[in-house]
Design a binder for this molecule. Sequence first.
Ligand code: SAH
Ligand code: SF4
Ligand code: F3S
Length: 499
Amino acid sequence: MEPIQDINILDTELRRERAQENDAINTDDLDRPKMAGHETTGARQVYIETYGCQMNVSDSEIVASVLENGGYGLTHDVEEADVALINTCAIRENAEQKVRRRLDMLRAKKRKRDRPMMIGVLGCMAERLREKLLEQEKRVDLVVGPDAYRDLPRLLHEADTSGQAAVNVQLSKEETYADLSPVRYDSNGISAFVSIMRGCDNMCAFCVVPFTRGRERSRPVSTILRECQELVDQGYKEVTVLGQNVNSYHYTDDDGTDVSFAELLDRISQVSPELRIRYSTSHPKDCSDELLKVHAKRHNVCNYIHLPVQHGNTEVLDRMRRTYSREQYLDLVDRAKALCPGISLSTDIIAGFCGETEAQHQDTLSLMREVEYDHAYMFKYSERPDTYAARKLEDDVPEDVKQRRLEEIITLQRSISEVRNANEIGRQHTVLVEGPSKKSDAQLCGRTDTNKMVVFDREDYEKGDYVNVRIVDATSATLMGEALGRTTLQEEAERLVVG
Ligand code: SAH
Ligand code: SF4
Ligand code: F3S
């Protein structure tokens, strides 16, 4: 098997495109190691390509599991595939365009081949585009929404035998795929995603996700803990707990106890003292002091939160229907910094939302200076059909103004990241080694607890090791370090307490 699989190349392309969208800010992601993938042979081979967010990557693992159970084999080589599935994203116009281009390429490939290949669209574009994709454009054989993946074997069979496209885009109020063991199709064997809730009820004015993924629902606690335990048993060292609004997780256990996200995180942290825990994406409205205290109390819950603010002006936040003001957000940041000293924060920011004035844009810049994020994903507003903004607000910031404001945001974040990373020089961090650095096999890379990518000489360290590293140099994207020795999370926690 070719070690650089299509999905990884695409993943890297995605990261690069995202990085371009954000300019150079996210180039640290390009340092991620090559991943080993999961392949099997079945009656027919399935190839899966994933676009969009981590939830979609996690969903592709569910799809792989359903299909493997249905007797299909998995391949990372599209040339070998009898079925090619594209797991799509609809978050911005350019995300959809990218998927359409890719579908065109696949259809061209299909025409040139001497044996058949079914093409299927999964995920967030499925619902809205089903008619267009199927009828007007006759592009695909299969359209399956995010809550209908259990139905895939039947749909594939139906499409195969009828010669007609098969469709299921039904959204569900209950489906969490809780009982399925995801197949780690695209994994480095060290870090895994664990999906704990699906859908979103927030209806932020700009966002298409509630329409593509449906209502919010949480997965039973016991199934989450079991999956984490299985990952530990298989040698995984890090889980990223996922949900669209992950910290609004709540589940009433069999014995009647209400389990909040903070409680769940606390329980996950006790699965193994050597398992690192991250989560994404949290909404500021659900970031409780109880949750912050779990970060402070548990050494294996990372000292890092992705806490998207979206904008720095209260009026715009109101129009975005984010349910917090600038002041409330800044207050939360103060509490996080006080309860979790040294905490690292990252954010998402939208430039040029409906009605944004120059002064309101300046408020975003001043909020960024005040918070000093380590990292940010920055986007130009892109109107999405059906959303509140599309129906009620005018997309009135001219394209060139949006672009200029985005560039100002990117430039500022780069300088903040530069200073924050320069401050790391001389400090020590526990790095979980993810694999060889992209640039050189003589170097390894991995992340700090605070989610910063560090590159250092390989020596005799290996993937999956926790290594104590002293930072010796930094760019706005990556830290360079020198290894001081292998360690464990517990050892480091004790050292910090004693120190
Ligand atoms: N559930 C997560 C993120 C969902 S989408 C959350 O609530 O934070 C990821 C990011 O894409 C969002 O945080 C937002 O910054 C951006 N985004 C969403 N819709 C967008 C749109 N219409 N135009 C531009 N950016 C958008
Ligand atoms: Fe979209 Fe808002 Fe839900 Fe995030 S919280 S997925 S931005 S509606
Ligand atoms: Fe895209 Fe769907 Fe994720 S729209 S960002 S893949 S939830």
